[in-house]
Design a protein around this ligand. Structure first.
Ligand code: GLU
Ligand code: ZN
Length: 285
């Protein structure tokens, strides 16, 4: 099987050193194995995606010495595929509509046991399940995965994926996790935001499968999300690629780089006379 990797940036700001690391790593791993490197534009958040950032992505990657086949997959072209998967999960009774806003969730989370610490998962507060059995019509809100039911439909078996890099706690090799664990630490995640008709989790899983991605290099901040992705792959009968989570590039103060951290934008380093080789050595490649 050919090794196929990808880089999947969101065109919502400039690419910084962390993105350069992901992109170069994905590109190098594919080339070293005689495989293929693909690019995907993750623009489901149309309120934040901008053509100018997409153009900048192409320019920065080309400058870094990365090439990719055309046409490039864009998530905004894939809404029918996302809808199809949601319809399927809805028909199987595995997703439900949720009309809660952030404040409702915070209130419901703190109400039952005073003093109990709210639990946070990869997407924030664990959803307390308010709408799970409310029978809201499909179009009335966000669509959430009924995690308990979903895991039961998979036979409540342990799930796993192969980690070629490292998770935040040095997880590597075969990473196994149990259904009980996910119900507590992840809960009923949103698969379709009301304003988007999809979510990062659903789109990324469908797109990695559609592009035939066999190895996903990305930052260790997405390690926890991988649990969700593996569940979705099992539910939707999609292959689970291997993952290569890499350390995060931090600024001089040890803080994680954010999209807004324009000071570390590739474009700026380039304007200041740095070479692609300088960028490579800055990220440790
Ligand atoms: N689009 C995501 C981001 O820019 C990356 C998704 C992924 O690599 O799975 O943060
Ligand atoms: Zn709700």
């Amino acid at each position: 099987m050919t090794l196929t990797t990808r880089f999947a940036p969101s065109p919502t700001g400039p690419l910084h050193l962390g993105h350069a690391y992901s992109a170069l790593l994905a590109h190098d791993l594919a080339k070293a194995a005689g495989g293929e490197f693909l690019l995907r534009i993750e623009d489901i958040d149309q309120s934040r995606a901008r053509p100018k950032w997409e153009a900048q992505i192409y320019e920065d990657l080309a400058w870094l010495g990365i090439d990719w086949p055309h046409p490039v997959m864009r998530q905004s072209d894939r809404m029918a595929a996302y809808r199809g998967a949601l319809d399927d999960l809805w028909a199987r009774g595995l997703v439900y509509a949720c009309t809660c806003n952030r404040r409702d969730i915070a209130a419901a989370t703190s109400a039952p046991q005073e003093g109990a610490e709210p639990v946070y998962g990869p997407d924030g507060l664990i959803y307390p399940g308010t709408c799970r059995n409310a029978g809201h019509p499909k179009a009335s809100g966000a669509l959430r995965l009924d995690m308990r039911k979903a895991l039961a439909s998979l036979g409540n078996r342990a799930l796993s994926f192969t980690e070629n890099g490292h998770g935040p706690n040095a997880e590597t090799g075969a990473v196994t996790f149990s259904p009980d664990q996910l119900i507590v630490t992840v809960g009923d995640v949103v698969l379709a935001r009301r304003d988007m008709g999809t979510s990062y989790h659903l789109s990324v899983v469908l797109d990695d499968a559609a592009q035939g991605i066999t190895l996903v290099p990305r930052g260790a901040d997405l390690f926890e999300a991988t649990y969700i992705h593996v569940v979705l792959q099992a539910l939707l009968d999609l292959p689970t690629p291997h993952y290569h989570h890499h350390r995060l590039i931090r600024d001089d103060g040890g803080k994680r780089l954010a999209k807004r951290d324009d000071a570390r934008a590739i474009a700026l380093y380039r304007e200041n006379g740095m070479t692609p080789e300088d960028i490579r050595s800055m990220v440790g490649l």
